[in-house]
Design a protein. Structure first.
Length: 533
């Protein structure tokens, strides 16, 4: 293939969007030398790609029209074709419209994992509204009330076997009951608008009140309908659905599969059983670490994101299939950087910006860092979401006018630390939230964990700050040698990075979104210290 001129492509991309790159403006002062100014553009701009101007549900409707008998999803003994999914969703959409749902509205979807979940998503999108997903097993009443109040939702889709206590004035519609009616309803004739919100995803709220992030159809199309975010899914491709619906990566599984005519394998209690049947799998590294790749004979593509991935885990899966390591918060639409990893690669990185997206490594004054210097990652381009609902203060803190793209574009402060390698890939160094002070020195917790994951037998590790002088680490599985683990850290990092104790666990605890539950580990570390004092 001919070499791509990313520099010229990035300039053309900016100009097509109506802006002028900051580093080209007359009179602009930059600390970067000429070489780094060139590489700032070349590395920071993803390839320009033409993306269909569609709403995501339109792509699903096309498959239903073309191949109505094709299997859209399976769950346990239940199966639904694309034609049946279309009919059930049309019937439910008509019910929603009769209850006053209009384009631009928001409908809460509080369900358990299963086929009704898919019917609910598609029905809401057909009305022109955005779906607000929550797991009926996990959601608590105070959180649900906050979500309904923030989104202005007055309609909640539920299921018969997962009843939800709703506040006064909120209408619940049972998907199972509407599905059982078996009557036909015409598809709603509502013009699709790609700039309309597709879903409202609430952040986990581990640092405070959960915040609702509005992600548009155009945001999603930019990831799901371009390479590599499409993950090679084609009609008939089996895709595992293993993640919590309230987690943004679940939209990658669900909508990414259905938008390409694939077959979604919705898991039961056994994640590994679903993984063994899937050709494409999307997961957090912690969930993936619990699945044996040797048992997944059908797998051909795996993508991870949501937290740092251990090199050994990436190597193990990359030896069997196409393995993609990605990064990106909810606010930049699931992931905005990806890299296919190979076992023999010099390093494991999060790759380059995905199509039509940009990444800038900036210092505390929001000036570009020299190539190779660690700074904070800011994200620009078509993946940047529409912002937080009802939180102008947080919007002002995290979203900012993009001076590099210009033209009224917005960039997002990810709070991830990274740097460019000499060949234009992003090395991830954790989050600014994970930088702590120990004995007056700055320590990156993820850096300690990464060293531990290189200890023989260690599959996963996590590190927490106990106090201003002490760290504690946890490793998985419980067969790891804790003395060797501390020795390896002492040989690789300064003395103040060595954990006071290395605790052994068969499996690290997970949040409901499949990430390492660090608050729980901190509680365990404190209990362990009290028990030995």
């Amino acid at each position: 293939m001919p070499e791509v001129d990313y520099t010229q492509r990035s300039i053309n991309y900016v100009k097509r969007k109506g802006g002028t790159p900051l580093l080209e403006k007359r009179g602009t002062r930059s600390a970067l030398d000429e070489r780094d100014r060139h590489l700032f553009r070349r590395f920071g701009w993803g390839p320009a790609r033409v993306v269909p101007r569609v709403a995501i549900h339109e792509t699903i409707e096309k498959h239903a029209a073309a191949t109505p008998s094709a299997t859209a999803a399976e769950h346990g003994g239940d199966r639904i074709t694309y034609g049946e999914l279309e009919r059930d969703a049309n019937r439910l959409a008509a019910r929603l419209i009769a209850h006053g749902v209009r384009p631009g509205g928001r409908v809460a979807l509080v369900v358990r994992r299963g086929i009704p979940m898919l019917i609910g998503i598609l029905a809401i999108l057909k009305t022109g509204a955005a779906y607000v997903p929550q797991d009926a097993k996990m959601i608590r009443n105070p959180a649900l009330r906050h979500i309904l109040r923030t989104t202005g939702s007055t309609i909640v889709l539920t299921q018969s076997d997962a009843p939800v206590e709703l506040p006064p004035g909120i209408t619940g519609i049972d998907i199972d009951q509407v599905r059982a009616e078996r009557t036909d309803a015409p598809a709603p004739r509502i013009p699709a608008d790609p700039e309309r919100a597709c879903y409202i995803l609430f952040t986990s709220g581990t640092t405070g009140t959960p915040n609702g992030v509005a992600v548009t159809h155009a945001n999603l199309a930019n990831l799901l309908l371009t390479e590599p975010g499409d993950l090679g899914i084609r009609p008939g491709t089996t895709v595992g659905q293993i993640l919590n619906i309230a987690f943004d990566m679940a939209a990658w599984e669900i909508l990414g599969c259905l938008a390409h005519g694939g077959t979604l394998l919705i898991r039961g209690d056994d994640i590994a059983a679903t993984a063994r049947r899937a050709e494409v799998l999307i997961a957090t590294p912690t969930i993936l670490s619990r699945i044996d790749p040797e048992s997944c004979q059908r797998i051909r593509t795996v993508a991870v994101a949501g937290e740092p991935c251990p090199r050994a885990l990436a190597d193990r899966w990359a030896a069997r299939c196409a393995f993609y390591n990605g990064c990106g918060p909810t606010e930049t639409t699931i992931v905005n950087t990806m890299q296919r990893h190979h076992p023999g690669a010099a390093r494991l990185t999060i790759g380059r910006p995905t199509p039509n997206n940009t990444v800038y490594i900036l210092d505390e004054h929001r000036n570009p860092c020299p190539i190779g210097e660690v700074g904070e990652m800011w994200a620009g381009g078509d993946g940047v979401s529409a912002g937080y609902l009802a939180n102008p203060e947080l919007n002002a803190e995290r979203y900012s006018p993009d001076p590099f793209l210009g033209g009224g574009r917005t960039m997002f402060r990810t709070r991830d630390l990274g740097r460019w390698t000499a060949d234009g890939e992003l090395e991830h160094f954790g989050r600014t939230d994970d930088q702590v002070k120990i004995r007056g020195f700055r320590v990156e917790l993820d850096a300690v964990s990464a060293v531990l994951e290189g200890v023989p037998g260690c599959v996963r590790a996590a590190t927490v700050k106990l106090d201003d002088r002490t760290l504690a680490s946890f490793v998985q599985p419980a067969t790891v040698d804790p003395a060797l683990a501390r020795k390896v850290v002492a040989e690789a990092l300064p003395y103040y990075c060595v954990p006071e104790a290395v605790h052994l666990l068969e499996a690290l605890p997970l949040t409901d979104r499949g990430k390492i539950d660090k608050p729980r580990l901190l509680r365990l570390a404190r209990l362990g210290r009290e028990a030995t004092s």
